[in-house]
Design a protein around this ligand. Structure first.
Ligand SMILES: NC(=O)c1ccc[n+]([C@@H]2O[C@H](COP(=O)([O-])OP(=O)(O)OC[C@H]3O[C@@H](n4cnc5c(N)ncnc54)[C@H](O)[C@@H]3O)[C@@H](O)[C@H]2O)c1
Length: 304
């Protein structure tokens, strides 16, 4: 297969100054994309900045290698700054084809100790940050004709110790992904989610919520560069899949699905019918559907 080219495509990558986002930016730029490297240089727990300019460093690295990049220190958890980020992309490169929402924060904590403001902070960065960038980018992605969005979620949205705030905000990003995928379809925009794993600064900060074995595995086996081929593929115009969730870690890529089982149907449903049919409600039979449809299958010929 010929190498996939991104020449002429303009891509925003948030949180691109470090870790996984940096790897996305370098890979895309090496294949010809013009990359807007967005990173405010946040502390890993999201409480303020740490004084670095990681976005500037990555943009310099791309340009030194002959690529096209511009740095932006926008805080994507603020709508005005997220909008400025999109404006910068269009001003600098004349168009916008794709967004990879990757910026993230973490600070593990027990449910009964996490302060409510930390839920807000996680929502602000993960959910509203992704939303603000998507919202500002949307008209440009429509104009592109092959607009692409990749949102970054986490296995923690399905449950991980000490991650209630982080995991539930990532669940909101997954729901945003599913809904935007529907809205984007008529415009040729695809929207997908990646749950990555890599030995980054963030992974180190999550040590309290992971076993020593998992931490060792993260540090030694899971490189950010092993996540980026999937992210890059999903923002290429030849990729048409949408509304999907993928895991990517250590060179493994797979699809994760929420399955609706066949379950039971009884118009006169009672507590006892539910109790009796519970095995059938739970059963992952071959006709279980990889979607979120809550309605029973309708008789043939009927329309919804
Ligand atoms: N590393 C993993 O194993 C792992 C696992 C699951 C999910 N993730 C997700 O992958 C993404 C990247 O994580 P990473 O491990 O590379 O982390 P990282 O800490 O190395 O990099 C995250 C970057 O996001 C930036 N950032 C944070 N808040 C920002 C804001 N408000 N505005 C702009 N930039 C901001 C930070 O400055 C940082 O450079 C995150 O969304 C994270 O939740 C990572």
């Amino acid at each position: 297969m010929d190498p996939l080219s991104f020449a002429g495509r303009v891509v925003i990558v948030t949180g691109a100054g470090r870790g996984i986002g940096r790897a996305h930016a370098l890979l895309l730029a090496s294949r010809g994309a013009s990359v807007v490297v967005a990173d405010r240089g946040a502390r890993v727990d999201g409480y303020g900045v740490d004084g670095d300019d990681p976005a500037g460093g990555v943009a310099d690295e791309i340009r030194a290698a002959g690529g096209h990049a511009v740095a932006c220190r926008a805080d994507i958890s603020r709508q005005d700054e997220a909008t400025e980020l999109v404006d910068l992309a269009v001003h600098e490169f004349g168009r916008l084809d794709a967004v990879i929402n990757n910026a993230g924060i973490v600070r593990p904590g027990r449910f009964d100790e996490i302060r409510i403001e930390e839920y807000q902070r996680n929502l602000d960065v993960h959910f509203f940050g992704s939303l603000y960038v998507c919202r500002a980018a949307w008209p440009h992605l429509i104009t592109s004709g092959t607009g692409r969005i990749v949102n970054t979620v986490s296995a923690a949205m399905l449950g991980n110790p000490l991650m209630t705030h982080y995991g539930s905000s990532k669940g909101a990003v997954f729901a945003l992904t599913r809904n935007l995928a529907l809205e984007g379809a008529p415009h040729g925009i695809t929207v997908n989610a990646i749950a990555p794993g890599a030995g980054t600064r963030m992974a180190e900060s999550s040590a309290a919520s992971l076993t020593p074995e998992v931490m060792h595995y993260l540090r030694t086996q899971l490189r950010p560069e092993q996540v980026s081929p999937l992210a890059a593929y999903l923002v290429h115009p030849s990729s048409t899949v949408s509304g999907e969730l993928f895991n990517a870690a250590g060179g493994t890529v797979n699809r994760a699905v929420v399955v609706t089982t066949t379950g039971i149907t009884d118009p006169d449903l009672t507590i006892e019918t539910v109790a009796r049919g519970f095995d059938q409600i739970m059963a992952l039979t071959p006709d279980a559907r990889p979607d979120l449809v809550a309605f029973p299958a309708q008789p043939q010929g009927a329309s919804r």
